[in-house]
Write a protein that binds this ligand. Structure first.
Ligand code: ADE
Ligand code: ZN
Length: 380
């Protein structure tokens, strides 16, 4: 039944939607022998057995190893097309999809190969009426680099190592893509930037200047914070990076002042640019991810409803569905199963999914109306 709830996808890493079966197909297509250094898994069973994670870092080690099978534009196309079919099956109407270009450019794969493949792959979802956009996530463990690299970055060039796939060079590639290729493929634009990967040793303020440069060029901003890092990272993402959304943010409940701040609307220029009016800063919470990465080893202790009841704009997302046992609907089902929300709480979570999307009220109202219509049909 929850598949019918009109949904948004705001916290989904496209590389995290790479299912093991497709990973093996792509490995073979790229002549990467199972069990070799490039693809260190002998069989589907062995790969699936690796999906038991002690923490975020242990997960990311596997996630990056598997992402190594993505090499050609057709590989990225296949990845996005498969996920686009999920969007249609799951009642998703609006998707702002994360991708991690540095994971690929650091292996010598050109930025445009990645983006063109993703954009082509999402064409069917777009044609089916789904609002699809891309959000470029910087890897917090990759070097930030220097502003001079903005100019040096020709988006057609590959890079030989992670040392050269810096945040500044990547931003240069994004801006160049937008001015050239992006203008030709307006249906799946890159609308924003994010920050992800290993959290604890890499505070958000390392990226203040990169984010400022990107925001000044009209890109919306979000950041992973307060997943395994402290509430202070949520504060610095808001104050230094000036994000209009936070990914995860579940550790915010440890800081009452932060909770009060998140429950209020703010009218800073970046918030008004993202939503067209003063707005709360949403948290995109990923229940199955938090369970699988042991943020909440006992999922019945997830604080999602605590956030909601405190007036925080929290909503349900899936993070890396191929690794965490489920897509959008599975995360709704997990919340129902683990937390037993009231109908009113469930409706609020679904409405929050729409409110948290980057766009004006006018753009989102039809979707909000459909969420309300779904709940008035089913709610006792
Ligand atoms: N990259 C992919 N999934 C992530 C997560 N949950 N946290 C940080 N970086 C990620
Ligand atoms: Zn994430």
């Amino acid at each position: 039944m929850v598949a019918g709830i009109p949904k948004t996808v705001l916290h989904l890493h496209i590389e995290g939607s790479l299912e093991p079966e497709l990973a093996f197909v792509l490995a073979e297509r790229n002549s990467m022998a199972p069990g070799s250094q490039g693809f260190p898994y002998e069989s589907l069973d062995q790969l699936r057995a690796a999906y038991r994670f002690a923490d975020l870092g242990a997960f990311l080690d596997v996630y990056y190893a598997v992402a190594g099978v993505l090499r050609t534009e057709d590989d990225f196309h296949a990845l996005a097309e498969a996920y686009g079919r999920r969007l249609q099956a799951e009642g998703v109407r609006w998707a702002e999809v994360f991708f991690d270009p540095q994971t690929h450019t650091s292996r010598g794969i050109p930025f445009d190969t990645v983006v063109r493949g993703l954009q082509r792959g999402f064409a069917s979802a777009h044609a089916a009426g789904i609002h699809v956009a891309l959000v470029l996530c910087f890897l917090r463990d990759a070097p930030v680099g220097e502003p001079a690299e903005l100019q040096a970055a020709s988006s057609a060039d590959g890079f030989a190592s992670m040392d050269q796939a810096t945040a500044w060079a990547t931003l240069g590639q994004l801006l160049q893509h937008r001015a050239t290729d992006g203008a030709k493929v307006p249906n799946v634009p890159i609308i924003g930037i994010g920050l992800d990967s290993y959290e604890k040793p890499y505070p958000p303020e390392l990226f203040t200047d990169v984010f400022e440069h990107a925001r000044a060029r009209g890109l919306a901003a979000t950041a992973h914070a307060g997943e395994e890092g402290p509430p202070q990272f949520v504060w610095t993402s808001i104050r230094e990076l000036k994000v209009s959304r936070i990914d995860h943010g579940v550790r915010s409940t440890e800081d009452p002042e932060l909770m009060a701040f998140l429950a209020q609307e703010h009218d800073t220029p970046e918030i008004v640019a993202a939503y067209g009016r003063p707005h709360r800063i949403p948290l995109t919470v990923c229940p199955r991810s938090n369970y699988m990465l042991k943020v909440f080893p006992d999922p019945t202790r997830s604080n999602l409803l605590e956030l909601l009841d405190a007036g925080v704009l929290a909503c349900i997302h899936s993070d890396d569905p191929a690794y965490f046992g489920g897509y959008a609907s599975d995360n709704y089902l997990a919340v129902i199963d683990w937390l037993d929300p009231s109908w009113a709480q469930l409706r609020q979570l679904a409405r929050n999914g729409v409110l948290a999307a980057w766009g004006t009220d006018a753009a989102k109202q039809p979707l909000l109306d459909d969420v309300d219509a779904w709940f008035s049909r089913w709610m006792p």
